[in-house]
Design a binder for this molecule. Structure first.
Ligand SMILES: C[S@@+](CC[C@H](N)C(=O)[O-])C[C@H]1O[C@@H](n2cnc3c(N)ncnc32)[C@H](O)[C@@H]1O
Length: 262
């Protein structure tokens, strides 16, 4: 906290309420869906098995291999306390973007940019859509901050807008400007308070039939709290590939949907 205040006081101010709120966090005993990939495809209205699964794996492995080949770390807890996106999240992100063909994708949390790369490759494949990524780089480890977006190749960047700063500061203005979001990926600060803030804000502008993918939901009650108040949204709780974490999926129904924050 002291390091964050020394390097970026404007952002560090937002960490204080997060620290206080974290005392009230507790893990949630979710009903984990081991057949999540099939059920995700059912949510998306797509058949299972899906041939896109292999493409997602190849992309994720390429990205990991490239980073390691450049001498960068990759994996769990290698970006400070944060981790690069794991294979399950990568598969969910790829299939969601390829199948839904969104115009507007927003993510929070970039680090080395695995989810950014997967989303951008999928948009390129679709031939349409744009990604806005809101990210606060590591606050005091300059070496890590310099690795921001390292996995995103130059040729993918024409569909990408990177917005530096915390989601608390940057997301409201961005969402006012965009007016709608078709797909949202939360992968920033995994606290109940921050996850809930982002989901509430996105929920106000999520398109009918839009999807949220919310990483690292197991250590706090943010996702469960949002889902318990959302009527008309279907949810899944999915295990990470290494079994260490969980991510959540929300899909609003194409009909009028009441979601928290609206
Ligand atoms: C889990 S990593 C992101 C992993 C990335 N999505 C991937 O695919 O590998 C979390 C990222 O969110 C950033 N971050 C932390 N707090 C944030 C906040 N309040 N708003 C936006 N980004 C934040 C971290 O510095 C880090 O870059």
């Amino acid at each position: 906290m002291a390091g964050a205040f020394a390097t970026n006081p404007r952002e560090a101010v937002h960490l204080v309420p997060e620290g206080v709120a974290s005392y009230f966090e507790h893990p949630v005993d979710y009903d984990v869906d081991e057949a999540w990939e099939e059920h995700l495809h059912a949510l998306l209205g797509m058949p299972w098995p899906c041939p896109e699964r292999q493409r997602a794996e190849a992309l994720w492995e390429d990205a990991a291999g490239e980073l390691r080949g450049r001498g960068l770390d990759f994996g769990r807890h290698t970006y400070g306390q944060y981790s690069d996106a794991d294979l399950s999240l990568a598969r969910a992100v790829w299939c969601t973007v390829v199948h839904l063909r969104p115009d507007v994708v927003v993510e929070t949390g970039v680090a080395r940019g695995i989810t950014s790369r997967i989303i951008l490759e999928a948009l390129e494949d679709n031939g349409e859509g744009h990604l806005w990524s809101v990210d606060l780089p590591h606050p005091f480890e300059r070496e890590l901050a310099a690795q921001t977006g390292a996995a995103v190749p130059r040729h993918s960047r024409s569909r990408w807008s990177y917005i530096e700063g915390s989601s608390r500061r940057r997301l409201p203005h961005l969402l006012r400007r965009l007016g709608k979001v078709d797909v949202f990926v939360h992968d920033s600060l995994h606290t109940a308070r921050n996850t809930r803030f982002e989901m509430d804000r996105i929920g106000r502008v999520l398109s009918p039939g839009g999807v949220m993918l919310v990483d690292d939901i197991s250590t706090h009650q943010g996702f469960a709290g949002w889902a318990s108040k959302a009527s008309g949204a279907r949810t899944l709780v999915c295990p990470s590939a290494d079994g260490e974490g969980l991510f959540g999926v929300v899909r609003t129904t194409p009909a009028a949907t009441q979601v928290p924050g609206r």
